[in-house]
Design a protein around this ligand. Structure first.
Ligand SMILES: [Zn+2]
Length: 281
C-alpha cells in the first residue's frame, strides 16, 4: 500500500501559492500533484481548503472536483473561519452535514485571530465528534507576516483535546518551532496527533542542506519524546515543499522500517479511515 500525504494545498482561491513554492518548476495542478505523489510512492493525499474560498459551497464543489479528477486519490479537508460569526459557522456546518466525502476539518489559528479553544468553535467540534472526522489545526509559524503566532501554539490545543476526548486533533507542522511542546501534547493526549508538513524552508535557503539534517534531528527527538510513532503523520505542505523532499525527511529518520512506514501512511489510513473508499465509488 502506498503512502498518504495528509497535508497538501491546491486551490483556485489561492492562485499565487506557487509563488511561495519550493521552486519555479512546480506544476500546480491535479496532474502535476499526482505526478509528484507517484514519484515518491504516495498513493493518497488530503487537500486542505483555504479560508480564502468565497463560501462553503464553492469550497465543497472544488473538493468534489479534486476527488473526481484524481479518481479518489485526493480527498478534501474543509475549513471555516469562526471570526465571521455564528451565522457563518452554522450555515457552513449545514452544508458540511450534507457532504459525504469530507476527510477532515482544518482550522487556521495564527493566520486568523482566534484560539483553538474559542467558544465560537463549539459547533465545529461537535460536528467533528458526530461525524468522526479529525480536526487539523495550523500550528506555529505563519507565511503571512501579519499573522499572530500566539494563537498557534500547541499548548492552546490542550484545553479542547481534554474537553473533546472523542475528537481526534492533528497539530500541523509538528507545532514548529514549538516541536517539543507539540510532542508533550501528543504524549499526554491520546486523541492528539502531529504532522510533519512544512518543516523545511525553500531549497534556495542558504543553509538548506544543514536545515534538513537539523530538522530530522529535531523531528526524531520529538518522536522519541512521544515514545511511539503511532500518532505521527507524514505531510508535505505541497507546493511549499516538494513531495520528494518531504518524504525524504521522514524516510531518513533513524527509526525501524515499520515505524517509518506507519508515519508515511499507515497511521493516516487509520485516522482518516481512508480505506472506506470514496463516496459514490
Ligand atoms: Zn498548510
Amino acid at each position: 500500500m502506498g503512502g498518504v500525504d495528509c497535508h497538501l494545498h491546491l486551490s483556485r482561491w489561492w492562485p499565487d501559492l506557487p509563488v511561495n513554492s519550493y521552486g519555479p518548476t512546480v506544476d500546480y495542478s491535479v496532474r502535476g500533484l499526482l505526478r509528484e505523489l507517484d514519484g515518491a510512492g504516495v498513493e493518497v493525499g488530503l487537500v486542505i481548503q483555504l479560508h480564502q474560498a468565497p463560501g462553503a459551497d464553492e469550497a465543497l464543489a472544488e473538493g468534489r472536483q479534486l476527488t473526481e479528477e484524481s479518481r479518489g486519490r485526493l480527498r478534501p479537508v474543509v475549513t471555516v473561519d469562526p471570526t465571521k460569526g455564528p451565522s457563518v459557522v452554522d450555515a457552513t456546518l449545514a452544508r458540511w452535514e450534507k457532504e459525504t466525502g469530507i476527510a477532515a476539518v482544518k482550522l487556521f489559528p495564527g493566520y486568523l485571530p482566534f484560539y483553538p479553544h474559542d467558544a465560537r468553535l463549539g459547533p465545529v467540534y461537535e460536528f467533528a465528534h458526530r461525524r468522526a472526522v479529525p480536526v487539523m489545526i495550523h500550528q506555529g509559524d505563519t507565511m503571512d507576516r501579519g499573522g499572530l503566532v500566539k494563537y498557534a501554539r500547541p499548548i492552546e490545543v490542550d484545553e479542547v483535546a481534554v474537553r473533546y476526548p472523542d475528537v481526534r486533533f492533528v497539530l500541523c507542522h509538528f507545532g514548529n518551532p514549538w516541536m517539543e511542546e507539540a510532542a508533550e501534547l501528543v504524549y499526554k493526549n491520546e486523541n492528539v496527533y502531529a504532522d510533519t508538513s512544512g518543516l523545511l524552508a525553500s531549497p534556495t535557503a542558504h543553509y538548506f542542506d544543514r536545515m534538513i539534517e537539523r530538522c530530522r534531528r529535531r523531528l526524531l527527538n520529538s518522536i522519541v519524546t512521544v515514545g511511539s510513532p503511532d500518532r505521527i503523520l507524514y505531510g508535505s505542505d505541497w507546493p511549499l515543499e516538494s513531495i520528494a523532499t518531504a518524504v525524504g525527511l521522514v524516510a531518513g529518520l533513524d527509526l525501524p522500517e515499520a515505524d517509518r512506514a506507519a508515519i508515511l501512511g499507515g497511521n493516516a489510513r487509520r485516522l482518516f479511515r481512508l480505506d472506506r473508499g470514496t463516496p459514490g465509488s
